[in-house]
Design a protein around this ligand. Structure first.
Ligand code: GLN
Length: 232
């Protein structure tokens, strides 16, 4: 039986720059895998959404405070986050990785980060990884609100390395950013759509049902292939 929406419009918080999951195209429109999935699922179930591309940590706060009903932002399903949020079925397998400026030959392992400055976005899995391993490898951590600041800082040499989700770094490299990934990636968790714990259960259910249907019809693969080439 069909799940009925309970709100006229669901506000869905998202990141502001996390290509290829959500980013502004040349016309200033937000596009990407998360955007397409959310649109396809809301159309399928006949519910209305208003996307709010406010940045990753701001999106987390919006969801926690009830300003947003749901969140899709390449958000990794973690045990820590499960204390605050309910997650959908996983929709994308990801992982995190160190990137350095192209041509930097001094960083080839985590040990080489000793005394260096490594950047990450506030509130992310990468930031948590860096904190957890800081004593072991002896780097400084610099936090950024948005990806453009993080990637720009690496480009101008304000930081020596950065950490981000590997499909996002991969997409940046494909699109001409001067980066390289000398250290093997950490096999990370999967992305999930989230609601605040105990809230909007019908929204979560519609997402799960919709995701299954998109996978069954091949639309899921079409969306992924539109943004990520499978020859990698
Ligand atoms: N997947 C990472 C996390 O959940 C980063 C998400 C993001 O920056 N949008 O922490």
């Amino acid at each position: 039986q069909k799940i009925e929406p309970k709100k006229d419009v669901y506000v869905i918080a998202s990141d502001s720059a996390f290509a290829p999951f959500e980013y502004q195209n040349a016309d200033g429109e937000y596009v990407g895998i998360d955007v397409s999935l959310m649109e396809a699922i809301s159309e399928m179930h006949g519910f209305n959404i208003r996307m709010d591309f406010r940045g990753f940590s701001a999106a987390l706060q919006a969801l926690e405070s009830g300003q947003a009903d749901g969140m899709i932002a390449g958000m990794t399903i973690t045990d820590e986050r499960k204390k605050t949020f309910d997650f959908s079925d996983p929709y994308f397998q990801s992982g995190i990785q160190i990137a350095v400026k192209k041509g930097n030959t001094s960083i080839k392992s985590y040990e080489d980060l000793d005394g260096k400055t490594v950047g990450a976005k506030v509130g992310t899995e990468s930031a948590d990884f860096l904190v957890a391993n800081q004593e072991k490898y002896g780097y400084e951590i610099k936090y950024f609100d948005a990806a453009d600041q993080l990637y720009d800082s690496l480009r101008v040499g304000a930081i020596d390395a950065m950490m981000d989700d590997y499909p996002v770094i991969g997409y940046a490299i494909k699109n001409g950013q001067e980066l390289e990934t000398p250290i093997e990636r950490e096999t990370g968790g999967s992305y999930g759509f989230a609601v605040k714990k105990g809230e909007n259960p019908e929204l979560l259910e519609m997402f799960n049902e919709g995701l299954k249907e998109l996978k069954r019809t091949g639309q899921y693969d079409e969306i992924i292939n539109q943004y990520i080439s499978t020859d990698e």
